[in-house]
Design a protein around this ligand. Structure first.
Ligand code: 1PZ
Length: 214
């Protein structure tokens, strides 16, 4: 992203996840990826120490955008279509890494797990007291979710980086919603849609036994 490009606050990003769901409650890929791109932009405003995290997210977003720009784009229009297409055509490594190290299913699974962290973290922030530390909130939500899938070295690097997070009030102001109270209210309105997207994806991946993809 070019310097000086308009960085929208977090509200627009969270609303993007609301617009992922179509009338059949399927998750549309494009707004899902747009939501992730907004999260990466937001993360980048917090300094270069987080770039090893945003780079991984960007790499995963790009894998999915390549599918969406390919001849198979219709098969990636939603998460449901992707699962159906990749499984029917044997395009997923189910047990160990092999021919398809960048399948859509395993790539989305990584983002999906991170979405659980995001929900826990923002919910923690929403219900925190003014004296709470963002680094503690972040570490707790990370340990309760994503950390379980990361090797020691990444857990260590992530937990160190969390100490560089802005204070609670600065973090809430960085969302660009207005006062800290307004930011908290916005989180209360927006978090249910993140939760909904998470739950639908979790059901989809459970149903097809895809939760442990290598
Ligand atoms: C606001 C503070 C941000 C904290 C972000 C918390 C997440 C810490 C994640 C640390 C990830 C480190 C980089 C590389 C990880 C990859 O090994 C894994 C597994 O992928 P594989 O190696 O199997 O291909 N990648 C992930 O788990 C996906 C991580 C995405 C993180 C996105 C964070 C978005 C933050 C938004 C902030 C508002």
């Amino acid at each position: 992203m070019a310097d000086g490009e308009d960085v929208h606050g977090l509200k627009g990003v969270l609303v993007m996840f609301q617009s992922c769901l179509d009338s059949k409650e399927e998750i549309l890929m494009d707004p899902y990826l747009e939501g992730w791109k907004g999260l990466v932009r937001f993360l980048n405003t917090m300094g270069p120490i987080f770039s090893f995290i945003s780079k991984d997210a960007v790499a995963k977003i790009q894998i999915m955008e390549t599918f969406r720009g390919s001849e198979q784009q219709e098969n990636y229009i939603s998460l449901q279509a992707m699962v159906n297409y990749e499984l029917t055509n044997g395009l997923v490594d189910l047990k160990q890494p092999g021919t398809y190290p960048t399948s859509g299913c395993r790539t989305i699974l990584r983002l999906h797990r991170a979405l659980r962290w995001l929900h826990l973290f923002l919910e923690g922030l929403r219900t925190s007291s003014p004296s709470s530390k963002t680094s503690t909130l972040c570490t707790d939500s990370y340990n309760a979710s994503l950390a379980n899938y990361h090797p020691w070295i990444i857990r260590k690097a992530a937990t160190m980086a969390f100490y560089a997070l802005p204070t609670r009030d600065a973090f809430l102001e960085n969302m660009k919603v207005g006062t800290t109270e307004a930011a908290i209210e916005m989180l209360g309105e927006a978090l249910p849609s993140i939760s909904r997207v998470y739950d639908i994806t979790e059901d989809l991946f459970t149903q097809h036994k895809l939760l442990d993809l290598p």
